[in-house]
Ligand binder design. Structure first.
Ligand SMILES: *[C@@H]1O[C@H](CO)[C@@H](O)[C@H](O)[C@H]1NC(C)=O
Ligand SMILES: *[C@@H]1O[C@H](CO)[C@@H](O)[C@H](O)[C@H]1NC(C)=O
Ligand SMILES: *[C@@H]1O[C@H](CO)[C@@H](O)[C@H](O)[C@H]1NC(C)=O
Ligand SMILES: *[C@@H]1O[C@H](CO)[C@@H](O)[C@H](O)[C@H]1NC(C)=O
Length: 420
């Protein structure tokens, strides 16, 4: 009884004081729980300042921010030309910045080119801007990408696009003006029409196109850029592969135009020009078929061999050439024009056919003419008979060998012309 009275007395007389104390305590506890534990032994005090300011800034920025809503201005009339509204903002712009490119493979029969592209993309989001002088001159900070709205980069008209990043580990950097950028690494397999009429000395042009679908062209603008550093000769050399060399890389923005305003779309285009290294085809096809043809002609015209073995040499050669044509056919798309290498092999084939025809004709001619020439013995006829023997064959063999050499030299000349 006594103690309860005493407590009541205490509460009545000091209630105001306790209440005040209670609020002070709450404030202190709140202060401790909102600020993290920071050990100045490990880190300099300035670092804590920065972290505090950054937390404050992020809290302020992301409080009312909805990352599922885009900053694109849509009070636009899509039927009217770009920039008709003088009071409205400029078109919201989005830039794809090429930082590095690596050619992975070229599949000629399918007319596909695969590249790995290291890209940066950047855009602005007005909701993410702040006055740096209110936050101790904090001008930039990094955050997880899921905290901000990001546009979806889409490759236009490609076979396949593969984003190497883990969905959960993407980062962005945000600066005080609402400028946001991030980095991505993608593998793209693009369709390129190939012109193989100069194969194996061919140069191909391939385009990789990006767009932002669903937005109208009066609302967004797509831009592209190439990092100046990679236009350097030494870096450029590393971007091809062992078969193909990159010789030019350009960028531009093209408009995919339809007759109405609605369907128009900005396409950010990166264009690569690649040149084949023909050395493989020179020593795997051009040189061997030259040697085979050269030796076969000697074999076909070989004196003393019987008719059947001469024909055998010729037919074996023709089979070899046909086989080589088949090897080449696997490497080129099925287009209408015959590539240079095909023409070269076909000429070799024709030379061999001529050789076989000549040998057969001469044998027949000799069989037919010799008895007739022997009937009347004049000096001219005797000479004719000698000429119908080895000299005629030698002359033909030399002419055919010269044709084979000329064919080979033209091919090598084209190689040098191509700039090795
Ligand atoms: C892109 O948009 C930003 C912000 O609106 C603007 O400052 C910048 O000039 C624009 N860039 C181009 C190329 O229009
Ligand atoms: C940022 O804040 C400072 C201090 O309040 C002010 O002087 C300055 O004009 C502000 N800057 C902008 C761009 O609003
Ligand atoms: C922010 O930068 C301005 C201008 O550079 C400088 O005068 C000011 O002292 C800086 N404020 C802080 C807190 O560092
Ligand atoms: C690359 O292409 C551009 C545009 O077609 C051209 O102006 C430039 O001369 C080319 N560069 C080389 C090295 O071929």
């Amino acid at each position: 009884m006594h103690s309860i009275d005493f407590v009541r007395h205490l509460i009545n007389s000091f209630s105001v004081f306790y209440l005040a104390m209670f609020f002070v305590l709450i404030t202190v506890i709140l202060e401790f729980t909102s600020a993290f534990y920071y050990d100045p032994v490990y880190y300099v005090p300035k670092y804590k300042d920065f972290l505090d300011v950054q937390s404050k800034l992020a809290k302020k920025l992301f409080d009312d921010y909805d990352p599922t809503l885009s900053p694109v201005y849509t009070w636009t009339d899509i039927e009217r030309p770009i920039g008709y509204d003088k009071e409205g903002p400029n078109r919201w712009n989005y830039t794809v910045f090429l930082y590095y490119l690596k050619l992975v493979e070229v599949q000629e029969p399918e007319e596909k080119v695969s590249v790995v592209m290291e890209l940066m993309e950047y855009w602005t989001d007005a909701r993410l801007s702040w006055n740096a002088s209110h936050y101790k001159n904090t001008t930039t900070f990094y955050a997880r990408q899921e905290r901000v709205w990001s546009p979806t980069l889409t490759a236009f008209g490609v076979n396949d696009i593969l984003d190497f990043r883990d969905q959960d580990n993407r980062l962005v950097c945000i600066d005080q003006s609402g400028f946001v950028w991030n980095y991505l690494s993608v593998r793209i397999s693009a369709n390129c029409q190939m012109d193989v009429s100069r194969f194996p000395f061919d140069t191909q042009i391939c385009q990789i196109r990006f767009c932002l679908p669903i937005f109208y062209r009066v609302q967004v603008e797509v831009l592209n850029e190439i990092y100046k550093g990679i236009m350097d000769e030494n870096i450029f050399k590393t971007m091809g592969n062992s078969e193909w060399k990159l010789i030019n890389l350009t960028n531009r923005v093209e408009v995919l135009r339809y007759n109405d305003n609605m369907g128009n779309m900005d396409l950010a285009i990166f264009e690569i020009t690649i040149r084949r290294n023909p050395l493989y085809y020179i020593y795997m096809i051009v040189f061997p078929s030259f040697i085979i043809n050269f030796v076969s002609i000697v074999g076909v015209f070989l004196n003393g061999a019987d008719k059947m073995s001469r024909l055998n040499v010729g037919l074996t050669n023709i089979m070899t050439m046909t086989f080589i044509l088949g090897v080449m056919a696997d490497k080129i798309p099925r287009t209408g024009n015959i590539p240079l290498l095909g023409i070269y092999i076909i000429i070799n084939l024709v030379i061999m056919l001529i050789a076989i025809a000549i040998v057969t004709a001469i044998t027949e001619l000799r069989r037919w003419a010799t008895p007739k020439l022997r009937m009347k013995k004049t000096a001219l006829r005797a000479q004719m008979e000698i000429f119908l023997g080895p000299p005629l064959e030698y002359t033909c063999a030399i002419i055919l060998e010269l044709m084979t050499c000329a064919n080979f030299l033209v091919m090598v000349g084209l190689w040098f012309d191509d700039g090795l």
